[in-house]
Design a protein around this ligand. Structure first.
Ligand code: ACO
Length: 332
């Protein structure tokens, strides 16, 4: 079976609390100038009090359910790309299911770091194409601020919290919105970005102290990897889609560093007006960054619909996910 897939809705949720670069100078030796020139970031939204990645995910999920007008009981799967879950189990997807009442959905999380949404789109697309499911809710939600070493200036300035959701469904009109998906993983670069989970042998076996869970990143190696490999992987995906690069209207990349986005733009010869970045406002929100950027760009009119677009993400693993999509009017 080759059932066409529709991207029915996309939306996002971020916490209200905003931390500026200047705010960070109160706790680490940094400056607004260093952060802006090296990364493009100006602010980030972070969780406070009892807020959580799951709560943000629930709010984003409710928005796409409402927009897509799909009966919540007709959702077949909830897939949550989530690297910083509230619990190891139950899964983030199960917690979202309970909150929105998607009683008939099977639920699971996936770990592909910042490529998570594209990995989830690949899985959702395959499930719908094969006839295994009709309606699939994807919720990428991460609370990286809870897992940062706030004394490590090389990493803590780079991230923010956020959640992005997308509804995939059967395209009754026959127009396939996801033209190609290309997923890659190179586990031998696993040391570039790591978040060790604290876990120690029983203290009766070895005396030990529990460590905290922090993101550790070799920024330079990540940068080199991405600017060298990502353009090649994007070109491969575009070729799979049957379109030419010149036929694609927008490039919507993972928001990790403005310099990476500009390097992609140059290498792929994209018009800067058609390359989406909102890292200035949100920093790197991990798997949520692409749906946040996509939704905002549509709402602001920067992305004019209908359109074709490349969505591309990269992250710990190393993982890379790219998709070529058609975006319909009214999805955001
Ligand atoms: N403020 C001020 N100075 C700083 C800061 C800071 N926040 N952070 C580092 N520095 C200093 C360093 O100590 C170093 O000083 P030194 O020369 O005296 O030793 C100097 O700035 C240069 O540091 P570099 O690490 O060489 O800086 P670089 O130009 O490589 O930029 C950055 C660092 C922004 C992290 C860059 O490497 C980058 O963006 N890499 C890609 C990261 C990325 O894309 N991650 C995405 C994946 S995340 C995920 O998947 C979960």
């Amino acid at each position: 079976m080759d059932i066409p897939v529709k991207i029915a809705a996309v939306d996002f949720q971020v916490p209200e609390t905003v931390i500026t670069n200047d705010d960070l100078t109160k706790i680490i030796d940094t400056s607004d100038e260093w952060i802006r020139t090296r990364t493009g970031i100006e602010r980030r939204h972070v969780l406070s009090g009892n807020e959580s990645a799951v709560q943000m995910g629930i709010l984003a999920a409710k928005k796409v359910v409402a927009k897509s007008k799909i009966d919540v009981e007709k959702i077949d799967y909830i897939i949550a790309p989530a690297s910083v879950e509230t619990h190891a189990y139950p899964s983030t997807a199960c917690e979202i299911q309970a909150a929105i009442g998607a009683v008939n959905a099977a639920c699971f999380d996936i770990t592909a770091a910042c490529s998570g949404l594209i990995y989830a789109m690949g899985i959702g697309r395959a499930f719908i194409k094969s006839g295994m499911a009709k309606n699939i809710l994807l919720v990428a939600t991460d609370a990286v601020s809870r897992c940062l070493d706030w004394t490590d200036r090389a990493s803590c300035v780079l991230f923010g919290d956020g959640s992005g959701a997308m509804m995939l469904t059967v395209a009754e009109d026959g127009q396939d919105d996801i033209l190609a998906v290309d997923l890659k993983a190179e586990g031998h670069y696993g040391d570039f970005i790591k978040m060790p989970i604290p876990g120690k042998n029983c203290p009766l076996v070895e005396p030990n102290e529990q460590e905290k869970m922090f993101v550790k990143m070799d920024g330079k190696e990540v940068y080199k990897y991405v600017v060298t490999k990502l353009p090649v992987y994007i070109e491969e995906c575009v070729e799979k889609s049957g379109l030419k690069m010149s036929e694609i209207d927008y490039l919507i990349p993972h928001q990790a560093n403005l310099r990476i986005i500009e390097a992609l733009e140059k290498r792929l010869e994209f018009n800067p007006d058609n390359v989406i970045s909102n890292i200035q406002e949100y920093a790197n929100t991990s798997a949520a960054s692409i749906p946040i950027a996509l939704t905002e760009a549509i709402r602001s009119g920067k992305v004019k619909l209908p359109a074709t677009a490349i969505l591309t993400g990269f992250g710990a693993g190393m993982t890379v996910g790219t998709t070529v999509v058609r975006l319909r009017e009214g999805i955001a």
